[in-house]
Design a protein around this ligand. Structure first.
Ligand code: SF4
Ligand code: SF4
Ligand code: SF4
Length: 169
């Protein structure tokens, strides 16, 4: 499965540089088609986000940077947008989090930061002999908030297309 996002780096976000990754995570309650069709590039959603995770990409469209923080689903981006880009009736995100092979547990280092941060208790740790417990992510519980991406010290978590068997909403 090909990850769909997102490691543009916190520095880019803080310095106001635009995101350059070819893959995007768009704001909640939007889809690529609605952003492409209706976003005027006004940028109103960028300062509206209290989590400071929205930046404009090189096409002037909003993209999320989960390395800077998680989405709290506050709705400020949707409330601020003057165009028909957001639809609060749809599932906020199509992606879920995926834990990659660079997780510290694979290198014998104890870490449970992602599990501690997850508001949905979607990450459990499976004990094993001879090494630290290994995180396992239940995609059907994940709401895509990105909290686990923001806190992972190994950069091991990314957003990826929701598996078909876990699709809902
Ligand atoms: S819902 Fe709130 S926290 Fe999430 S991207 Fe929109 S403004 Fe930011
Ligand atoms: S926060 Fe990152 S390094 Fe730590 S257990 Fe989770 S995936 Fe592994
Ligand atoms: S994206 Fe949010 S809900 Fe999903 S596993 Fe990470 S912290 Fe939990």
């Amino acid at each position: 499965m090909k990850p769909t996002a997102i490691n543009p780096g916190r520095r880019n976000f803080l310095t106001g540089r635009r995101l350059s990754s070819p893959d995007r995570v768009r704001p909640p309650w939007t889809r690529a088609a609605s952003v492409d069709a209706a976003c005027s590039g006004c940028g109103a959603c960028v300062p509206a986000c209290p989590q400071h995770i929205i930046a404009l990409d090189e096409s002037g469209r909003p993209a999320l940077d989960f390395t800077a923080g998680e989405c709290s689903f506050c709705g400020a981006c949707a409330d601020t947008c003057p165009e028909p880009v957001f639809d609060r009736a749809i599932t906020a995100f199509e992606h879920v989090a995926v834990i990659g092979s660079s997780c510290f547990a694979a290198r014998g280092i104890v870490c449970q930061s992602c599990g501690d941060a997850c508001p949905e208790s979607a990450i459990r740790f499976r004990p094993r002999l001879g090494g630290p417990a290994v995180p396992e992510l239940a995609a059907d519980r994940c709401n895509g908030c990105g909290a686990c991406i923001a806190v992972c010290p190994a950069g091991a978590v990314s957003a990826s297309t929701r598996p078909l068997e876990a699709a809902h909403g």
